[in-house]
Design a protein around this ligand. Structure first.
Ligand code: ZN
Length: 133
């Protein structure tokens, strides 16, 4: 995969924008062009929605091996967050100790640097999650 395409996809993934089916009202993340439940009924009725970024921890994993592209300090926590609007999305939980995270805890999204493209020097920002106090 070429770098620009990689970053374009990351950009989409890291913005909290998904789609809502105009037929049944279900919300999806990432963006879908057709509702998996309504199929043909939803064609042309899918609209973009921005999510609040609030949700709760559905499950999580502690990652001990870092990725050079994301320059994350290890260990770090990757979680599946169930958004208030329904969809589940993957994101990093920051600003806490790994032992502080529990399933079901409420989280909010925060906007942070997620990585950079070494060739162009571009820095990319996106969402991460933080435990609500
Ligand atoms: Zn639908």
């Amino acid at each position: 995969m070429s770098a620009p395409r990689f970053w374009r996809e990351i950009n989409q993934r890291y913005n909290l924008v998904g789609t809502e089916c105009g037929n049944c009202g279900k919300k999806y993340f990432p963006i879908r062009s057709v509702c998996p439940e309504c199929h043909r009924e939803s064609i042309g009725k899918m609209k973009k929605v921005k999510f609040s970024g609030n949700g709760k921890v559905f499950s999580y994993t502690v990652i001990h091996v870092g990725s050079s592209m994301f320059q994350m300090q290890t260990p770090y926590i990757m979680a599946i967050i169930e958004l208030d609007e329904g969809p589940r999305i993957t994101g990093q939980i920051i600003d806490c100790e790994t032992k502080d995270v529990k399933i079901g805890m409420p989280v909010e999204s925060v906007f942070r640097k997620i990585g950079e493209d070494g060739k162009s020097g571009t820095i990319y920002y996106g969402y991460k999650f933080r435990l609500m106090k």
